[in-house]
Write a protein that binds this ligand. Structure first.
Ligand code: SF4
Length: 93
C-alpha cells in the first residue's frame, strides 16, 4: 500500500488500511553511518532509507550490506554472521 506516514506516496509493504505496522508505526530516520549512501530519500519529513525501515538495525552487526558509499559493504569481517554453537565447538577443539 502507499505510505501515509513519513514516506508519503511511496509504495510500502508495511502499510495497511489500519496504518503502518512497522515497529513504532513508521520508518526510522537514517543514522550517521548512512550519510553518503545513494539509497537515502531526502523527504520533507526527514532522511529515510529507500529500502530499510530501520537503518540503525543494518549497522548493528557491522556494515550495511546494501550501502552504496562503502566498498564491499557486505563482505567486511565485522558483518560475517557466526553461528555461536559452531564457534564454541571450534574453540573447544
Ligand atoms: S542502504 Fe544501508 S547505508 Fe544506505 S541508507 Fe539504507 S540502511 Fe543506510
Amino acid at each position: 500500500m502507499i505510505c501515509e506516514t513519513v514516506k508519503k506516496g511511496i509504495d510500502c509493504f508495511f502499510m495497511t488500511k489500519k496504518g503502518c505496522r512497522f515497529n513504532g508505526g513508521s520508518c526510522h530516520p537514517i543514522v550517521e553511518k548512512c550519510e553518503g549512501c545513494q539509497r537515502i530519500l531526502d523527504l520533507p519529513t526527514g532522511k529515510y532509507c529507500s529500502i530499510f525501515p530501520d537503518p540503525s538495525a543494518k549497522w548493528r552487526l557491522g556494515s550495511c550490506n546494501m550501502a552504496t558509499h562503502i566498498e564491499n559493504g557486505n563482505k567486511t569481517e565485522n558483518n560475517r554472521r557466526i553461528n555461536p554453537l559452531k564457534a564454541s565447538k571450534r574453540k573447544s577443539r
